[in-house]
Design a protein around this ligand. Structure first.
Ligand SMILES: [Zn+2]
Length: 272
């Protein structure tokens, strides 16, 4: 399942192909993905120019010259393929559900075997009151997200710190894997109360500084990895139950526990 780093890597790959390019045609090869495509989907896309391609949490947002925004979620198995103008495939895979044919001659194809993906078009008013997008907390890699913002969001919260990190209103797009990874890097127990990283007035304690920094670091590293900058796919704790903690001199053994229905991986020795 693509997490924020994989979605950001997709955005970076697609942005130069799509941005300031007119959509010449769209093949919509079935009526739905997880949900039906919106009414007149093709007609609302053809002839539009993509002004910007941005990301919020795990959603891609293509702002169109019509002022509508094309929203894409990759779901469990969605991916995009870019074919250069001289290389556009004549044969499509049976899971190639949408093909964007660009005025440049390039084609961008959405493939999704399990069809949990989502594509829709929103007007500015619909975007502003979207039940998910309008309620997201700060983007973890933006300047809006720092120790102060994290502490404010965790102030007075009695839930476990890891559960708070998965709350999209606290910080947008942190999934199960990177919550465990960031907590290990920050040496914080996933089970401590979220409120313990903030003072009673909501100011950041040292743990909030370490955690905000760790979130940015694990995501930045994972984006580099998703872009193929290096091959190591080793997580710090995720999926490493029973293996030795990678922190030098720790010697702990990674444990797994179910927390709010999800697996949490942690080192009981160095995470407090
Ligand atoms: Zn450890």
């Amino acid at each position: 399942m693509p997490e924020l780093p994989e979605v950001e890597a997709v955005r970076r790959r697609l942005a130069p192909v799509l941005t300031l390019t007119r959509i010449a045609d769209v093949d919509v090869r079935r009526p739905d993905l997880r949900l039906p495509f919106p009414r007149r989907f093709r007609a609302r896309l053809v002839g539009q120019t993509v002004l910007t391609l941005t990301r919020r949490a795990k959603y891609l947002l293509a702002a169109l010259s019509s002022r509508e925004t094309l929203i894409v979620h990759l779901g469990m198995s969605g991916s995009f393929r870019v074919d250069a103008p001289h290389d556009v495939a004549a044969d499509l895979d049976r899971h190639d559900h949408v093909v964007f044919r660009l005025a440049s001659g390039a084609a961008v194809t959405f493939n999704d075997p399990r069809r949990f993906g989502l594509m829709t078009l929103l007007t500015p008013a619909q975007l502003a009151r979207h039940p998910v997008l309008s309620r997201l907390g700060p983007e973890p890699l933006s300047p809006d997200f720092d120790a102060a913002a994290l502490a404010r969001a965790c102030r007075g919260r009695k839930t476990a710190l890891k559960v708070a990190l998965l709350d999209q209103r606290v910080v947008a797009g942190i999934g199960n894997i990177y919550a465990s990874e960031a907590l290990h890097l920050a040496r914080l127990s996933p089970f401590r109360r979220a409120s313990t990283i903030a003072t009673a007035s909501g100011a950041p304690r040292e743990g909030a500084e370490r955690l905000a920094d760790a979130i940015k670091r694990v995501l930045t590293t994972a984006i580099d990895r998703a872009e193929g900058a290096y091959r190591s796919s080793r997580f710090r704790v995720y999926d490493r139950e029973g293996e030795r903690c990678l922190r030098r001199g720790c010697g702990g053994i990674i444990k797994r526990r179910t927390q709010a229905g999800r697996s949490t991986f942690y080192c009981p020795v160095c995470q407090r």
